[in-house]
Design a protein around this ligand. Structure first.
Ligand code: G3H
Ligand code: 13P
Ligand code: NA
Ligand code: ZN
Length: 328
């Protein structure tokens, strides 16, 4: 069944678990997410990015998610729009039947000026007004995602700040978060706490607290009734990097957010955990490996099955680790 983000995250908060929010672009990702959810009895958040809408088109994405709901009627599914950059973008998703939208006003009206706070408040509040009138949840974002190690926003197009960020920009301010939530009425808030988008988050193996856990605690204390969202939460599995590079790939040494660090976040109010890169890496590794090992095979269903299996395994591990399992 289709449910709103608010409904799901209220339940998650009551029962102290986190929910992975997977980006979806194609049939194999959608099936992997649902197969893992079914095996673990987990509720689902799937999200369509601007890149996904460009790749597959909003109607295809919508029907992909509706098909999943039809095939797995007992699993609650949130249909979420990831990183909306304007009011019209969010309006269109609401019209299409999305049960949740993200209005990311954190980069200002031009998409590259971090800290344009007044713009962020105004545009997010206007989205909340229309979304709530339609029973649709809203995620906002405050602060600028960036790796505390590298000082850069990560590699994804159009959703990161340009250039080097200051330490202050990369950590959401707790008092500002309180003010933002009061002014906008968002259901969930994406915070900057040391994560960044894409595969290149950390250049050295992360040890100890690589996220600003104290900052997450401080924000949660100020806005205990607003669900926190952690973007850039891929763990960048080293075993899949090895497979990719063993079978013709060339990805330099790089590290993601360890699952244990995400669990620390979940202990302190993080409820939605955005993951895209990990499924991309698993899919690419599985396809490279399959084609290298089966050079005479040409039925795309064969290598896409390998892709689905690899992504399902990642989803299973996250549903179990985050405590989502058993809550469908
Ligand atoms: O938010 C970032 C996601 O990884 C989506 O990226 O626009 O390339 O699909 P994308
Ligand atoms: P990753 O690139 O770490 O998977 O993050 C995805 C994300 O935050 C989508 O909004
Ligand atoms: Na989002
Ligand atoms: Zn994101």
């Amino acid at each position: 069944a289709l449910i709103s983000l608010r409904q799901l995250l209220d339940h998650a908060a009551e029962h102290d678990y986190g929910v992975p929010a997977y980006n979806v672009n194609n049939l194999e990702q959608m099936r992997a997410i649902m197969l893992a959810a079914e095996q673990t009895d987990s509720p689902v958040i799937v999200q369509a990015s601007a890149g996904a809408r460009k790749y597959a088109g909003a109607p295809f994405l919508r029907h992909l998610i509706l098909a999943a709901i039809e095939e797995f009627p007992h699993i609650p599914v949130v249909m979420h729009q990831d990183h909306g950059t304007s009011m019209p973008v969010c309006q269109r998703s609401i019209q299409l039947g999305f049960s949740s939208v993200m209005m990311d006003g954190s980069l200002g009206e031009d998409g590259k000026t971090p800290m344009d706070y007044d713009y962020n408040v105004a545009v997010t509040k206007s989205v909340v007004d229309i979304a709530h009138a339609c029973g649709v949840s809203v995620e906002g974002e405050l602060g600028c995602l960036g790796s505390l190690e590298t000082g850069t926003a990560g590699e994804e197009d159009g959703i990161g700040a340009e250039g080097i960020l200051t330490h202050d920009q990369m950590l959401t301010d707790p008092d500002e978060a309180l003010d933002f939530v009061k002014a906008t009425g968002v259901d969930a808030l994406a915070i900057a706490c040391g994560t960044s988008h894409g595969a290149y988050k950390f250049s050295r193996p992360p040890t100890g607290d690589i996220l600003a856990i104290d900052r997450i605690k401080a924000i949660h204390a100020k806005i205990p009734n607003t669900h926190l969202v952690m973007h850039g939460s891929s763990s960048v599995p080293q075993e899949w990097l090895k497979v990719i590079n063993e079978f013709g790939g060339a990805i330099p040494e790089t590290y993601g957010v360890p699952v244990e660090q995400i669990l620390e976040g979940i202990k302190h109010g993080v409820r939605k955990v955005n993951i895209d890169t990990d499924l991309r890496l698993a899919s690419t590794g599985a396809v490279r490996q399959f084609l290298a090992q089966n050079p005479a095979e040409f039925d795309p269903r064969k290598f896409l099955q390998a892709s689905t299996k690899a992504m399902t395994d990642i989803c299973l591990a996250r549903y179990e680790a985050f405590g989502t399992a058993g809550h469908a």
